[in-house]
Structure formats: C-alpha cells, structure tokens
Design a protein around this ligand. Structure first.
Ligand SMILES: NC(=[NH2+])NCCC[C@H](N)C(=O)O
Ligand SMILES: [Mn+2]
Length: 307
C-alpha cells in the first residue's frame, strides 16, 4: 500500500450551514493518522489547504452561490491530489463539504489520463449529487460533483474535467434522496443507481463485487467519495443533510473491508462531516474507524477494551 497523504480541505462554500470547515481538525483529533499507522501504513499530513485568491466568474443561474470560492478550491485540490498521486501516494482528502470532490476527482482524473488508465468512481452518499450549476435549485454546489465528473454541460467556470468518467465506470451506493432534474439526467445518461432499495433486496456485496471486477479487468484507478450521509443518521448525526434509512455500521464497514481486499482504491474523499453537529465525536470517530477498515482493520482487530 502506498504512503497515505492527508490533505485538509476546510471547505464550507458548497452549502449553507457552517461547520464543515472544522472537518479536517476533527479527523485529526479523532486520530485518523494514528489509525492508518496502526495498520502498518506510512502516513504524511500535508496540513490544510488555504483558499487561493478569487477570480470573477459568472453563472446564469441566480440561485448559485459561492461559485468563485468553489472554482478556487477546485483548482487547488485538483493540483494537490494530482501531486500526491504523482509522488506515488494515496491521497485522502479530509473535508469539507462534497463540493471538494469537484477538485479531488479532477486531480485523480488528470493523473489517470497521463497514466493512460481509466478512472472509476465509487460514490457512497444519500444523494446523487448529479445537478449542474444550471439545474440546481438550492444553489448549493455540493450537489453537483458527480455531474461534473460524468462530463455534463454547465460547468463553464470550472476547468474542463480531464477525461469525463462514463456511466459504466460510476457506481453509487446508499442513494435515497434524488431531485427530479437529477433523476431525469441520470436516466438519460444511463447511470446505474444502487439506491437503498437495491441494498435492501440484494445486499451490497454482489453489486460491489461486480463493480470491483470491472475496475480490475480494465486496469482502472478507483476514486472513492464517502459522504457522511451515506451512513444512517442514528450512527452518524454530524451532517447537515441527514436522510433517514442510511447504511448501517456493518454495511459501511463491509464496503470498506471489501475495498481493502480488492487493493484497487487509489484515492479517497471524506466529506460533509460537520463537527459542530456531532454528538461527542461519534461521527468523526466512526469515519476514522471506517478508514481503518479500508486500511485492513478486521472484525477481530476490535476487541473490547477495559477503560
Ligand atoms: N453532498 C450533499 N450532501 N448533497 C446534497 C444535495 C441535496 C440536493 N439535491 C441539492 O442539490 O441541494
Ligand atoms: Mn454528497
């Protein structure tokens, strides 16, 4: 396993409830680096990114807010994630709201493009985030990254996405909140959505294995974007956009364990943690524990410890 590079992305501008900018600090307090090191991996913390100077940008949809900030964050994240991958590292972007995936995925795509390898996307989220700046009604750009990644029009203010990821290389799990415009666009573009109903009926294992087999077959890179609201709010309350009926503790760990066994993941986002809404750090700690599973921690590595 390559050395993990932690990149702090204290980003709040993709939505309107303050707090996600405290995410990177919460992950450090919850011991993310320690958890990774405990599984025998090297880890380096590059600290938090700072917002570069803003350029004037325009968008015909008056609902959209913070576009200039989002463009600036996207450009710097794209570069840093590409740098981490180019140096042979495994970047983990500690968010920050989900708008950061505009930049992290673009960085992964730029690197994959130069390597002449296809990029695959695993999207673990309650939401499909398939709006464009032209279709969003909330104006919150954290609802748009997957559309950018898939190459939809309407992102003129952002750098062109390097080699957009086609539908068959995108896999979504946990979906249970989709706006009508997103649904229409996903249908039109043939995006497969493993919504919660699919997990209820089939479980996660079969559809995830099918996807991972495709990544392996095509020699792909795999970017994973883990939104806190993928998880059920009862175990992960620290998120601004809670939706009931999310993934359970074991379902989420199972995903991470299967990903570890596959050895295919090449970059990861941790998004939407709002520590201000947390209950004694339980969400931050669960997210750190999930990264532990991705790094190789097993069920039997979790003994009950006397205090
Ligand atoms: N990453 C997220 N939490 N996205 C929530 C998006 C919610 C809604 N679809 C919107 O566009 O406003
Ligand atoms: Mn999301």
């Amino acid at each position: 396993m390559p050395k993990t590079i932690l990149i702090g992305a204290p980003i709040d501008s993709g939505q309107q409830r303050p707090g996600c900018l405290m995410g990177p600090a919460a992950y450090r307090v919850a011991g993310l680096a320690r958890e990774i090191a405990a599984e025998g991996h090297g880890v380096e913390d590059w600290g938090d990114l700072t917002l570069p100077p803003l350029r004037e940008v325009a968008c015909p949809n008056p609902a959209v807010h913070s576009l200039a900030e989002t463009v600036a964050w996207t450009e710097i994240l794209m570069d840093r994630v590409d740098d981490a991958l180019s140096g042979g590292g495994f970047p983990i972007v500690m968010g920050g709201d989900h708008s950061l995936a505009l930049g992290s995925a673009a960085g992964a795509a730029a690197f994959a493009h130069r390597q002449d390898r296809p990029l695959f996307l695993l999207w673990l989220d309650a939401h499909s985030d398939f709006h464009t700046p032209l279709t969003t009604t909330s104006g919150n750009l954290h609802g748009t990254p997957l559309a950018y990644i898939n190459g939809r029009d309407g992102f003129d203010a952002l750098p062109p996405f390097p080699t957009p990821v086609p539908a068959h290389r995108i896999c979504m799990f946990g979906i249970r909140s989709v706006d009508p415009a997103e649904q229409a666009a996903m249908q039109e573009r043939d995006i497969q959505v493993n919504d919660m109903r699919v997990i209820d009926e089939r479980g996660l294992v079969a559809p995830l294995r099918e996807f991972l087999d495709a990544v392996r077959r095509e020699g792909g890179m795999l970017h994973v974007s883990l939104d806190v609201d993928f998880l059920d709010p009862s175990i992960a309350p620290a998120v601004g956009t809670t939706v009931p009926g999310g993934a359970t503790f074991r379902e989420a760990h199972l995903v991470m364990e299967l990903l570890h066994e596959s050895g295919l993941v090449t970059s990861l986002d941790l998004v939407e943690l709002n520590p201000f809404l947390d209950d004694r750090g339980m969400t931050a700690r669960l997210m750190v524990d999930l990264v532990g599973s991705l790094m190789g921690k097993k069920v039997f590595d979790r003994p009950t410890r006397a205090k």
